[in-house]
Every structure is written in C-alpha cells, then in structure tokens.
Design a protein around this ligand. Structure first.
Ligand code: GN1
Ligand code: MG
Length: 366
C-alpha cells in the first residue's frame, strides 16, 4: 500500500487527495490511480506505482531508460503535431529530481499523469481494435528506430534470450524448490521436447541475419491505451523493459496474449486457441506501420515468433511454479500452473495452424 503523506511530500500532486483505486493488470509492479481535486472541483488524476525492485534492481537505470524514451517520444509527437499529453507517459520528478522516490521501508515509487478517455483490454474479439494494436506497436517501434540504443541499460539481462530461459527452466525442474515437480511431468516434457526452438532466433542474431532494435519487450494487449472514441491505440505503457531486442519478440508476445481466444489464466484449456482472424488483423496492422523497415527474415519468422514467445512464457510460468511462485504475482496457489497450461495449449494450437499463419503473413506482406 502507498503512504499518501510520503507521496505528497515527494511529488507535486495538484489539489487535495480524494480517493484511490488499485489497478490489477500487471504481474510485476503494484499500481494505483489517485484522484486529487481543486476547490472548484477540477480533478487531477495520477498513476503511482511501486517498482518491483526484486526484479528491477536498479531503479535509477530503469527510470533513466524510461524517461529517456518518453522525452524522446514527446519531441517526436510534438514535431508531427500530435497530442503530447495523450500519446506517451509523462512522469513527475520527485523532490530530489529523480523520477522515483524511496520510502522509509526501501520501496521505490514513481508517478505519472493519468491519461483519460481511454480503455485497456485483457482479452479481445474485435479484429478492428486488434488491428489498431498492431499499428500502435509497429509505430512505437518505428518511432524508436533512431533512439540512441547505446544509452539504454539492460534492465533485465537476457530477458528474451530463449535458450537462457530454457536453462533457467531446467534448473527450476532440477531444484524443484516447491516439491511440485511430480505433478507436472507432462508440462515439463512438452517444453523439453521443444528445446531446438529456443535456439532458432539466437542463431540468426549470431549470424547477423536479424537486427537488434529498440523494442518494448512486453507487448501485452493490456499495455496499450485505446482511445474510447476512435478505438485507436494511442499510447504504449509499461516501459520497464524497453531495451535492445528483436522486433520478433514484440510481435510474438502481442500474438501470444491478444490472439488467444481465452485469457492468459483461463482454467478451462479447451477454450484456448489461436484465433486466425485476430492473427491476421494484428499482422496486417503491424506490417502497415513497420513493414518498410523490416528485413525479409523478420517478416518470414513472424509466425514462428508467436509460437516461440508463447513457449517462453509457458516455461517462465512453470519455472516460477516449480520455484515456489517468487516472480509473478499470483492470486491463488496454482495460478502459475494454470497460466503455464494456457501457454502450452496455445503453442500446440499454433503448431497445428503454422501453415495458415505463414500464408496469412505472406499475404499481408505483399
Ligand atoms: C509480466 O508486467 P506485465 O504484467 O505486463 C512480465 C512479462 C510477461 C508477462 C506475462 C518484467 O508482464 O515478461 O510476458 O508478465 N514482465 C516482466 O503476462 O517479467
Ligand atoms: Mg511489466
């Protein structure tokens, strides 16, 4: 929970405190929306987040990355006549000038202005809105194409290094810290059988056949704010993992989350499948904004990246389950296992549909 006195003494929050609401979308940080009001009733809304410093161990570097990126985007948005207040996040400096403040318990808090008249989605069936998600992430990648990537600190090293994730997973299986291994033999085997997949993109990076770009690395559908009138994806949020990466990581993770016909923690795996219409919509949207800058191999491997990022996430959820739920926030004891099962079911469905996904991709790239 937050300490309102502490926040007010660190951030210039305009008006008088009225109320708060928790936002429960993220698995990592704790997020609250705070309402302040002037005497005449004008409301000022802020988002405050407790940074998970077990995961983001260097908040100075983290906020350096984020504010570097938002400042860069603000200039670009202003130059093209866009709405700077709505199209990127605006972080408030704390009293000491840093973009976070540390409380007496050692927790680190950051604050940005809330953006109104928008909505977020955890699950989607609208092809139109998912197309817009694709254009938004494609445009985000385009906007950061000339960002000085050497200034970005790797906030979580090897974040999407799929082979390193595979080794972490194997270690979690071997350690079995939670004593749960015996119950998840099928899931473990499913992942072990796909070790070869974890090398594919890394080999292309080594051979110089895929370029490193400035990427978001956590392109879940709920990390886009959609305008509630136009349905356009106007602002990309959750910038903690903006780092050099592959465009394929971003594309694949968007499909993993958004083109699933069920939510990430659906208990009934028979509801999980890859929606080909949603896959098509996102691919068309993404290529609409990003295609001109992509290499042929980046386009060719779009369908595979969707499967790979889903496999990676399944491995991470199962590893965390085996380790005793120490990384992702969970709401009940089997939550990570439920999440893992949706991911593996989705991988299996993507394998069945891979040829169709390839055909859709080739058509969308014409
Ligand atoms: C986490 O922060 P959030 O909830 O958007 C995780 C992602 C996973 C995702 C799975 C820093 O994202 O990598 O894909 O959960 N973020 C971090 O839903 O580990
Ligand atoms: Mg996050």
């Amino acid at each position: 929970m937050f300490d309102i006195e502490f926040l007010q003494s660190n951030f210039k929050l305009q008006g008088t405190y009225q109320s708060y609401k928790p936002l429960n979308d993220g698995h990592i940080n704790s997020t609250f929306v705070l309402d302040y009001a002037d005497e005449d009733g004008t409301v000022h809304r802020y988002v405050v987040q407790k940074i998970n410093t077990h995961i983001f161990t260097n908040p100075d570097a983290l906020m350096g990355n984020i504010v570097g990126v938002t400042t860069f985007l603000q200039k670009k948005i202003a130059a093209r006549g866009g709405n700077v207040q709505r199209e990127t996040l605006d972080f408030l400096p704390a009293a000491d000038g840093k973009y976070y403040a540390e409380d007496s318990t050692g927790s680190c808090w950051r604050c940005y202005r809330h953006i109104g008249n928008v909505y977020t989605c955890n699950i989607i069936d609208s092809e139109e809105v998912f197309y817009n998600a694709g254009t938004a992430f494609g445009a985000f990648q385009q906007a950061l194409a000339d960002y000085p990537s050497e200034t970005l600190v790797e906030t979580i090293p090897n974040f999407h290094n799929t082979y390193s994730r595979f080794l972490d997973f194997k270690k979690a299986v071997a350690d079995d810290l939670s004593g749960r291994r015996a119950n998840v033999q099928d899931e473990i085997q499913f992942i072990l059988d796909r070790e070869a997949d974890t090398h594919v993109l890394l080999n292309f990076i080594d051979k110089g056949e895929l370029p490193l770009r400035v990427t978001h690395n956590d392109t879940k559908l709920n990390n886009i704010l959609f305008d509630d009138k136009t349905n356009q994806g106007i602002c990309i949020i959750d910038l903690d993992t903006v780092m050099p990466g592959l465009s394929l990581y971003d594309f694949g993770d968007s499909i993993r989350f958004g083109a699933n016909t069920a939510s990430e923690d659906e208990k009934d795996v028979s509801k999980v499948s890859l929606s080909l219409p949603l896959y098509k919509a996102y691919t068309e949207g993404y290529l609409h904004t990003a295609k001109d800058s992509l290499w042929a191999k980046e386009i060719e491997y779009l369908p595979f990246s969707a499967k790979l990022m889903t496999l990676e996430c399944g491995m991470r959820f199962l590893a965390d389950y085996l380790n005793g739920d120490t990384y992702f926030k969970t709401a009940y004891p089997e939550h990570n296992l439920v999440r893992c099962r949706t991911q593996l079911a989705l991988v299996a469905d993507m394998e069945r549909k891979m040829e169709e996904m390839q055909k859709i991709t080739a058509d969308a790239a014409k």
